[in-house]
Design a protein around this ligand. Structure first.
Ligand SMILES: Nc1ncnc2c1ncn2[C@@H]1O[C@H](COP(=O)(O)OP(=O)(O)O)[C@@H](O)[C@H]1O
Ligand SMILES: CC(C)(COP(=O)(O)O)[C@@H](O)C(=O)NCCC(=O)O
Length: 313
């Protein structure tokens, strides 16, 4: 089977894994198993087969997009009589908590940096723009972390628009999953890359009336999708794995989960966090943005991508 057909005209094409994999053409596989191991998130089983079948065609498509976008920018500069000024190609990576966005984003970073025409690829997560816990607590919204209003959207849009305008370097805050909070006083410097990947659950949110949203500056966007019940089980598996690893660090916000709290109670806690925060956010805010993505990766219960939907025009 190749293209999955529907009965009416559509600007989208949906391909099964096999048909998509063929679009890799001659793109080489520049990753070893050991390098892939360093890019995979906790409990994410993405394999070299997945890299070959899914991410190499995507890397090839993105390379074509970058070249075409540069040509278009050149045309506008010629029209304005302006000098050449580099501006990053911006890719958004959206999807639920625990769906595997960060693995997708890190893999793309590594593969895209192999192309000689765009070797500098920066990756930024929107969690750096979450309000600190103290602010969320003061507003009574600690249980809304990850919802659109929990981010400093003005600062996020300013960052992306200045990068798009060609800013040579920008400083942004730093979020720590270990501390479960923004790190006071710490800053990350982002130098102007050839490609900027912005990864976060809400990057495809439409703008508030009269405002801009980060997605207004994207040249390409990817939504990582899977059934809610699969993502829930990935979230719980990861929580239990983190309980065995990261949470045993005394600096971890969830340290008690690895010490005084038993496994059954920890599972109950994680299930509640999923049901009352992450699933609500997925259904109310994240899933409704899927239709806005240039490309959707549909994962099966084993994390492997089964189908790809691409917006053609
Ligand atoms: N409480 C936590 N402690 C340590 N690391 C975490 C915690 N929660 C999430 N992470 C890590 O943060 C990264 C981003 O997670 P998340 O936002 O859920 O997105 P995704 O699973 O789609 O990449 C993942 O690599 C995950 O392993
Ligand atoms: C930090 C997150 C909101 C993800 O943010 P993102 O990187 O997508 O901007 C998420 O990992 C999170 O902590 N959610 C809150 C509920 C929970 O503890 O899972």
């Amino acid at each position: 089977m190749a293209q999955i057909r529907s009965g009416f005209s559509t600007p989208y094409v949906e391909l099964d894994r096999q048909a998509w994999a063929q679009l890799r053409d001659t793109t080489p596989l520049p990753l070893t198993e050991a390098e892939l191991e360093g890019l995979r998130g906790t409990t994410d089983p993405t394999s070299l087969d997945d890299v070959r079948d899914i991410y190499l065609p995507l890397s090839r498509l993105l390379n074509l997009y970058v070249r075409a976008t540069r040509q278009r920018h050149g045309a506008v500069r010629d029209f304005l009589g302006e000098d050449d000024r580099p501006t990053p190609f911006i890719i958004g990576v959206a999807g639920s908590v625990a769906v595997g966005k960060s693995t997708t984003a890190r893999l793309l970073r590594s593969l895209l940096a192999q192309w000689p025409d765009h070797p500098n690829v920066e990756l930024v997560s929107t969690d750096n723009f979450l309000y600190p816990n103290a602010v969320l607590e003061e507003r009574g919204t600690m249980n809304r972390k990850g919802f659109p209003e929990s981010y400093d959207r003005r600062a996020l849009v300013r960052f992306v628009s200045e990068m798009k305008a060609g800013a040579a370097r920008m400083e942004i805050p730093v979020y720590s999953h270990l501390a479960y909070d923004v790190v006071p006083g710490e800053r990350q410097t982002v130098h102007r890359p050839d490609i900027l990947i912005l990864e976060g659950i809400n990057v495809l949110q439409p703008p508030l009336p009269g405002r801009l949203a980060v997605a207004d500056f994207f040249d390409f966007s990817i939504y990582v999708d899977a059934k809610v019940e699969h993502i829930r089980s990935w979230y719980l598996d990861r929580f239990l794995e983190l309980r065995r690893t990261a949470f045993s660090d005394p600096r971890s916000y969830f340290h008690a989960m690895a010490t005084t709290i038993g496994e059954e109670e920890a599972i109950g806690f994680a299930s509640d966090v999923w049901r009352t925060i992450n699933e609500v956010n997925l259904v109310e805010n994240i899933l409704p943005t899927r239709g806005r993505a240039t490309l959707v990766l549909y994962k099966g219960g084993d994390h492997a991508v089964r189908r790809v939907r691409l917006r053609k025009t």
